[in-house]
Design a protein around this ligand. Structure first.
Ligand code: NAI
Length: 465
């Protein structure tokens, strides 16, 4: 097995940053350089003030503090990073295409291809190239074709090593990964490359948890894992709608089915819907692939997971509006939480964006509080939708860092992210300063219904009549 001493990771995002930090910490003999074309991001990674890191993840700051400048480096010099490394991780974004063929479904691979072309141009020594980004099946073949035609006479081994971390628990997930998946060729050099990558993870994970497969299985497994996870959320959310019409309680149903060891208790919390950069994009990808092979039924089956998720969000807004006497125009509504889930500052595909946009369409006056998401980001997310002008967004929506004060004279509060701190707010005080009846719409099932009813709120918890 080739012993790796220098790694380069292209893409200093939510995946590249935490994974490389953990590799640097666990493998002190390896020099890890994370490169990105985004100067601002790299500056933030290098900021001596660790609260300025571009990503908020519990436990990340400590690791960066310990390893940065020793064997972990962040740089915009992509070419130098590529040239020096024996192993290169591609961890750039692979968003849904917004143009051309496959628009709205297929993965946009232009960033990955740019990386491959850059590697082909720069590399003068043999490299192991690792796909860390989530990619549609058969991307490795495309990368290989680009690399093999570079004309430098350099040998490239392409591996697929999808990342299974979840934002908000990334560091813990990396330390205690359920499994690591390494896909590669069965040729002797392919096997050697797989073993080299495996030896990195073996620094902290038992060998049995490192699975080796062929490239296609590895690529497809990542899409399927996300599809299954999202499917569980949509399944329980579909039942939450039924619970609201009957006397069944979603919490009791979740518990009752989760006790079945074949089903298991995790990922059964009803909510206003899943978000995040991955679930929707990866399922759309799966749908696109299935359809492109003529598998209409397979595509329709998985597409329904997304349709249900959209339904859950619009159902939540519709319920808010109906409850607020069919109009929210000019009414002050406070939003608790903008991130797509707790313990992250990532807002991609967050349910809050959709819910607030729909409320703004009804001319509601919105105030948003989130403990980790900046004002700029909130406006940028809304502006990106292009539903109305940036000026209008700023006129109708304000951002606050004082959640309790914000509730003054509000008609309603909507909880859209399950931040722990929302449980400990002084709800008594909040109630006093709100207009009556004081409505709380809990899209995350965070609070206790008896307590909230007891204070006097008109409290709605998703999945409960
Ligand atoms: P991100 O958007 O946070 O980071 C990607 C970074 O790549 C950006 O900083 C961008 O500037 C940089 N970049 C783009 N093109 C570049 C180029 N040619 N050269 C150098 N840098 C370049 O994306 P994130 O969330 O880290 O995701 C990366 C991949 O990992 C995606 O394929 C995603 O599906 C996958 N993934 C994401 C997970 C998550 O929780 N965010 C979990 C598992 C997989």
């Amino acid at each position: 097995t080739r012993k790796i001493t220098k790694i380069c990771c292209i893409g200093a995002g939510y995946v590249g940053g935490p994974t490389m930090s953990v590799i640097a910490k666990k493998c002190p003999e390896i020099t890890v350089t994370v490169v990105d074309i985004n100067q601002e991001r790299i500056d933030q990674w290098n900021d001596s003030d660790l609260s300025k890191l571009p990503i908020y993840e519990p436990g990340l700051r400590e690791i960066v503090q310990e390893t940065r400048g020793k064997n972990l480096f962040f740089s915009t010099d992509v070419d130098k990073g590529i040239e020096e490394a024996e192993m290169i991780f591609i961890s750039v974004n692979t968003p849904t295409k917004t143009y051309g063929k496959g628009k709205g479904q297929a993965a946009d691979l232009k960033y990955v291809e740019l990386c491959a072309r850059n590697i082909a141009k720069i590399a003068k020594t043999d490299k192991i190239v690792v796909e860390k980004s989530t990619l549609p099946v058969r991307t490795a073949a495309a990368i290989k074709s680009i690399l093999d035609n570079s004309g430098n006479g350099v040998n490239f081994e392409i591996l697929s090593n999808p990342e299974f971390l979840a934002e908000g628990t990334a560091i813990n997930d990396l330390f205690h990964a359920d499994r690591v998946l390494i896909g590669g060729d069965d040729t002797p050099s392919g096997q050697e490359a797989k073993d080299s990558l495996s030896s990195i993870y073996e620094h902290w994970l038992p060998k049995e948890r490192i699975l080796q497969t062929n490239v296609w299985s590895s690529e497809l497994s990542k899409l399927v894992a996300n599809a299954f996870l999202a499917q569980r959320v949509s399944s329980i959310n579909s039942i939450s709608a039924l619970c609201e019409k009957t006397d069944a309680n979603i919490e009791e149903v979740s518990k009752a089915i989760g006790y079945d060891s074949r089903i298991g208790p995790k990922f059964l919390n009803a909510s206003v819907g899943f978000g995040g950069s991955c679930f929707q994009k990866d399922i759309l990808n799966l749908v696109y692939i299935a359809r492109s092979f003529g598998l209409q039924e397979v595509a329709d089956y998985w597409e329904q997971v997304i349709i249900l998720n959209d339904y859950q969000k619009s159902r939540f807004v519709d319920h808010m509006i109906t409850t607020l006497y069919n109009t929210v125009a000019g009414k002050k509504i406070v939003i608790y939480g903008w991130a797509f889930k707790k313990d992250t500052n990532d807002t991609r595909e967050s349910a809050a964006i959709y819910v607030v946009d729909a409320l703004l369409e009804e001319n509601a006056e919105i105030t948003v509080y989130d403990p980790q998401v900046s004002e700029n980001k909130i406006y940028a997310d809304l502006d990106y939708l292009d539903t109305r002008s940036p000026e209008e967004n700023r006129k109708l929506l304000t951002v606050t860092d004082e959640p309790v004060k914000a509730a003054m004279e509000a008609h309603a509060i909507a909880i859209l992210t399950e931040w722990d701190e929302f449980k400990n707010l002084d709800w008594q005080d909040i109630y006093k300063s709100m207009l009556k009846p004081a409505f709380v719409f809990d899209g995350r099932r965070l609070l206790n219904k008896e307590t909230m009813d007891g204070i006097g709120f008109k409290y709605y918890k998703i999945g409960q009549k």
